[in-house]
Design a protein around this ligand. Sequence first.
Ligand SMILES: [Zn+2]
Length: 218
Amino acid sequence: MGVSIERDGGVMVRVPHKAELNDIEKFIAEKRIWIYQKLARKKAVNSERPKREFVNGQGFLYLGRSYRLKFVDNSEIKSGRSSKAAPLRLWRGHFELAQSEKANARNHFVSWYKKQIKKQLKERVLRYDKRIGVTVKDIRISDLGHRWASCGRNGAINFNWRSVMAPVWVFDYILVHEMVHMSERGHTNRFWHLVARVIPDYEKHVRWLNENGADLDL
Ligand SMILES: [Zn+2]
C-alpha cells in the first residue's frame, strides 16, 4: 500500500485489489500525521507571496496580464515622444525601465500603477455612477495594505495602488463595491442586492480576490 499527495492537494491511496477495507483504514490511520504534515506544508507554500525581482524577464501584472521587464539604455527611453519621458513605461508588450533607475525600480512601478489607476478610474466611474446613483467627488490612491479600497466621507474613494494589477472585471468589482458603499455603508443585504444589480455574478469576483489577491503585489 502507498499514499501520496497530489498536485491539487488530493490524497491518493494505492492498494492491492484484494486488500481488506479494515486493513486500508488501518493503513491510512497510521499515515494520518504524515498526510496532515504534507497538506499543511503545501498550503504554506501556496500562500507564500511571489517575490518579484527587478531583473530582466521578470513578469509584472497590469489589469490581469503579466508583462516582462526589460532594462533599456537611458537614451532609448529618452527618444520617446516626450522629452521628459518617464523612466518606466509599458511599451510594445514589455515594461521598459531605464538601466540607470534600477535601484529605484520599485518606486517607479508604484508611481506607474498609481498613474494608471487614476486614468482607469476616470473612465470607469462614469460607467457606474448613474446606475448606482452616487457621485464620486474625489479619488485617492494610497497604500492600503491588505484592503483593496475604502470609501471615505464626502464622496471620496480610496484605492490601493495594487488593485490595478487585478483583471479588469475584478478591478471593476472593487470600484462598484466602494461606490455602492456611498449609499449603503455596511455589508447589509441591501448592500449586496445593490452590488448584484450591477454585477450579478459578483460572488465569482469576491472568490477570485480571496484566492489570488496575495499575488497582486510587487
Ligand atoms: Zn465593503
